[in-house]
Design a protein around this ligand. Structure first.
Ligand code: FAD
Length: 624
């Protein structure tokens, strides 16, 4: 049957990528269909009930700055919030929230159901309608044909999904959900490069069966951090603590004695797993000298007793999982409510995509999320937003938009994926961004919300809140730059108390704020000076960060401008790339083969990083 209405954009899969894609497209005014297996699992967290963390909260805040849902859903569902790296510089600071699974999912579903231009339909997509290398729509497994201008595919771990518990295997998209086999077969017949990856999850534990007195308590931070730029503490539900315990030598003995019953070590699993989120058997095997590994005991929600033991993801058989869990302090009598498992699934080589996430082979077809070889809700959500936005632009015959590496972590993520591809599940880290001083989680809105507004992603409420904040930052920065402190004045005396040094001449407040011993807070109520009008913590934080790090930020901006200015610089035909120090062998090889004519061409070669381009620039200058 042909469905009577035609859509601009169809999104397949209502996970983290698909929901952001559908919302973005609909916000832009495109008639959008979200086609998903099961409406009850919209926005479901397949694994860890947590959002954010290092590098990842940067993505959440960027999604939020562009009008997306993840940050607001985290504030609605977050039951413990912490700032990681709080003592380090603002570039690597990150917000992490433990989320109540049910509340998070309900918040996402609420946003989807209330989004105008968005239609939700529960059914599995089984086929794509492709004609003349262009996608024309989607056919469900029961034969309903939905027609559209563009399609976003965001089916997560479901394509050809195989679940492993010990040496037992079953087909599934995640525990309790059917896999997507018809669609997987159809996609394998298209000219994309397909491979297998794997990921895993720990057994869940009944809180009634553990002894919390044996754990170390880890409460959330006070004051409680907030995830969304539109969020507030008042939105947060009741807050809970997490707890910490450890594996021990007995745990490791059990694992080592049963490794051959692990599908990974017996060669049953072929897919490569996430290096930064290894299974407990992997950790025990690879770091044999360590006698203990940390486990965070995390609540799954406010209305459930289930606990998520973060750090013991495993695919060992259930009897061994039980022994492992019960060998851990505080869990001697633990009851496992759900066994841990590993899942293997198809992913597509992201080098077959363009920066817009449109595939190179099939026009108007976009891929987003775990199917592009990433891992994590945040990486998926960010790609979803970009794919949804570009699918909508394509439906309207507009040029694609994507951020550059110096504009957003989203730019870094997509550029890494499509230029270098990935051999293991790709996770975001701050170290992947060469301009991380510019790309902080605290300024994602200042970097992206104006663009989001221009693209039609940002609604009036967010725009008004953002404009007010941006203006307040500008006004307060201007006030600090035009307020002078005279030596020997009462204000100078207070400053001397803070710094241990008398002021020898007049200073602007903006210059004083650059001193490490002086905080914005300390400069707000100086005697004899007008008190600061700023009450908004986010404005105060921004004014302080901008003042303190201006020098470094300017330097990084200069570097970016310099690279941009030199993009047209010719690369000599006889340049010996093999002899250039600092380039990796892989990059030397690629440059020697491709022999780009300009620096810009070199930068576009897959795998040639901005750092490598800087090295080439230095070489060119040396030859002059
Ligand atoms: P998903 O969230 O998987 O959503 C896919 C959606 O598509 C689902 O709603 C599904 O029902 C729907 N769908 C699939 N096929 C079809 C179809 N044919 N028709 C209609 N709808 C369809 N990430 C981490 O960062 N750390 C971890 O430790 C971690 N462990 C994990 C362990 C397990 C067992 C699993 C399954 C995932 C794990 N992840 C982990 C990954 C994390 O869950 C994903 O990165 C994230 O959910 C990906 O989002 P997504 O939107 O791409 O896909």
């Amino acid at each position: 049957m042909n469905y009577p209405d035609r859509f601009d954009v169809i999104v397949i899969g209502g996970g983290h990528a698909g929901t952001e894609a559908a919302l973005a497209s609909a916000r832009m005014g495109c008639q959008t269909l979200l086609l998903t297996h099961n409406i009850e699992t919209l926005g479901q967290m397949s694994c860890n009930p947590a959002i954010g963390g290092i590098g990842k909260s940067h993505l959440v805040k960027e999604i939020d700055a562009l009008g997306g849902a993840m940050g607001l859903a985290t504030d609605a569902g977050g039951i413990q919030f912490r700032v990681l790296n709080a003592r380090k510089g603002p570039a690597v600071r990150a917000t992490r929230a433990q989320a109540d699974r049910v509340r998070y999912k309900a918040a996402i579903r609420g946003m989807l159901e209330n989004q105008s231009n968005l239609t939700i339909f529960q059914q599995a997509a089984g086929d794509l309608m492709v004609d003349n290398n262009t996608v024309r729509g989607v056919v469900t497994e029961t034969g309903i044909r939905f027609h559209s201008e563009s399609v976003v595919l965001s089916t997560g771990t479901f394509l050809g999904g195989v679940i492993h518990i010990g040496l037992d295997q079953s087909r599934g998209g995640r525990a309790g959900d059917a896999p997507s086999n018809a669609l997987a077969e159809r996609l394998r017949a298209l000219p994309f490069r397909v491979d297998r990856l794997k990921t895993g999850t720990p057994p869940r534990i009944d809180a009634k069966s553990v002894d919390f007195s044996q754990f170390e308590e880890q409460p959330g931070d006070t004051p409680t951090p907030v995830m969304s730029y539109l969020g507030s503490r008042e939105m947060h539900p009741k807050q809970l603590s997490c707890h910490i315990t450890h594996t021990n030598e007995r745990t490791h003995e059990i694992i080592m004695a049963n490794l051959e019953r692990s599908p990974m070590y017996s060669g049953v699993i072929e897919g490569i797993g996430p290096r930064y989120c290894p299974s407990i058997e992997d950790k025990v095997h690879r770091f044999a000298d360590k006698s203990s590994h940390q486990i965070f005991i995390e609540p799954e929600g406010l209305d459930t007793n289930e606990l998520y033991p973060n750090g013991i993801s495993t695919s060992l058989p259930f009897d061994i999982q039980l022994q492992v869990v019960r060998s851990i302090k505080g869990m001697e009598n633990a009851h496992i409510t759900r066994p841990g498992y590993a899942i293997e699934y198809d992913f597509f080589d992201p080098r077959d995509l363009q920066h817009s996430l449109e595939t190179k082979f099939i026009h108007n077809l976009f891929f987003a999320g775990q199917i592009n070889g990433t891992t994590g809700y945040e990486e998926a959500g960010a790609q979803g937003l970009l794919a949804g936005l570009n699918a909508a632009r394509r439906a309207r015959q507009l040029e694609a938009w994507y951020p550059r590496r110096d504009e957003a972590y989203l730019g870094v993520l997509v550029d890494d994926l499509i230029t270098m591809g990935t051999k293991e599940p790709y996770r975001m880290f701050t170290s992947r961004a060469e301009y991380r001083l510019l790309l902080r989680e605290d300024n994602a809105d200042l970097r992206l919300t104006e663009k989001g507004r221009e693209l039609g992603l940002v609604d009036d409420v967010r725009w008004a809140a953002f404009s007010q904040k941006r203006d307040a930052i500008e006004q307060e920065s201007a006030r600090l730059a035009s307020t002078w402190v005279q030596p020997k004045s009462p204000a100078a005396t207070v400053i001397a108390e803070h710094t241990g040094q008398a002021l020898n001449r007049e200073y602007r407040l903006s210059d004083l704020l650059k001193r490490p011993e002086l905080t914005y807070e300390a400069l707000t109520h100086l005697p004899g000076l007008e008190a600061s009008p700023v009450t908004d913590e986010a404005v105060a934080e921004q004014v302080q960060i901008q003042a303190k790090y201006q020098g470094y930020i300017d330097r990084q901006q200069d570097e970016i401008d310099k690279l941009k200015r030199h993009e047209a610089m010719p690369l000599p035909a006889d340049l010996d790339y093999q002899g250039i120090e600092g380039l990796s062998n892989e990059i030397r090889q690629k440059l020697s083969e491709a022999r780009p004519e300009t620096l810009a061409q070199a930068a576009r070669i897959s795998g040639v990083t901005p750092a490598a381009v800087s090295i080439l620039l230095i070489q060119l200058k040396k030859r002059r």
